[in-house]
Design a protein around this ligand. Structure first.
Ligand SMILES: [Zn+2]
Length: 181
C-alpha cells in the first residue's frame, strides 16, 4: 500500500517542525485510491502547546472542518491523518500519544494514520484500524518523496502560508507561531 504526502503538504510539515519552537499538531484528510492512501488538505487547528505537549481545541477543529466542507466539499469523516512534532526528540509515540490515538479513533470510528516528526525530519508513521478489533501497523514509510519537495519547501518559506496560520496558534509559553510569522 502506497501512502502519499504531496510535496506541498510535506513542505508545510517541515515548516511546522523546524520553525516552531514548541510542539505543534496538524490534522489532514485522507483519500483512499486504488494505489493506497493520499494525505491532503492539512490544517492547523487552535491548540495549546508547550515544549513537549499539545492539546487541540475541538471547537476549532469543527469550525475548520465545516469551512472545508462548504468551500472545498471535504467530508469531515475523511479527517484521518493526525500529525505532531517532537522537536529534537525521537519521533517514537509516547504513552500520551497512544492515548490520543485511542481517543481519536473513538471519534472517527474506523481507522487513523498517525505521523510524528522531529526536526531532523525523522518520522514514524502508523495506521490504526479499529474494527473488527484494534490493530496497529507501525513502521510505515511515505512513498518516496516527491522531487518537487525542495522547491515546495522553499516556496512555503517564502510565502509563509500566513492564511493557514493566522489565528491558529494560541500563544502559550514559548509562543507557538511567533517564531514563524
Ligand atoms: Zn508525541
Amino acid at each position: 500500500m502506497k501512502i502519499t504526502l504531496p510535496a506541498e503538504e510535506w513542505a508545510f510539515l517541515v515548516a511546522l517542525v523546524q520553525r516552531i519552537k514548541t510542539e505543534s499538531a496538524a490534522l489532514g484528510y485522507v483519500t483512499v485510491t486504488e494505489e493506497g492512501l493520499v494525505v491532503h488538505d492539512l490544517f492547523v487547528p487552535e491548540q495549546e502547546v508547550t515544549g513537549a505537549t499539545f492539546e487541540m481545541d475541538k471547537t476549532s477543529v469543527g469550525k475548520i472542518a465545516e469551512e472545508n466542507r462548504v468551500k472545498k466539499g471535504l467530508d469531515i469523516g475523511d479527517i484521518r491523518f493526525q500529525w505532531h512534532s517532537h522537536g529534537t526528540m525521537s519521533p517514537g509515540p509516547s504513552s500520551v500519544d497512544a492515548g490520543n490515538v485511542v481517543d481519536l479513533l473513538s471519534c472517527s470510528g474506523t481507522w487513523l494514520l498517525t505521523m510524528i516528526m522531529n526536526r531532523s525530519l525523522e518520522y514514524t508513521l502508523q495506521l490504526d484500524v479499529l474494527k473488527p478489533h484494534h490493530a496497529r501497523i507501525t513502521g510505515l514509510q511515505l512513498d518516496s518523496r516527491d522531487s518537487r519537495v525542495e522547491e515546495a519547501i522553499r516556496r512555503v518559506h517564502e510565502e509563509r502560508r500566513v492564511g493557514d496560520w493566522r489565528g491558529a496558534p494560541r500563544m502559550l509559553g514559548t509562543g507557538f507561531g511567533e517564531y514563524y510569522l
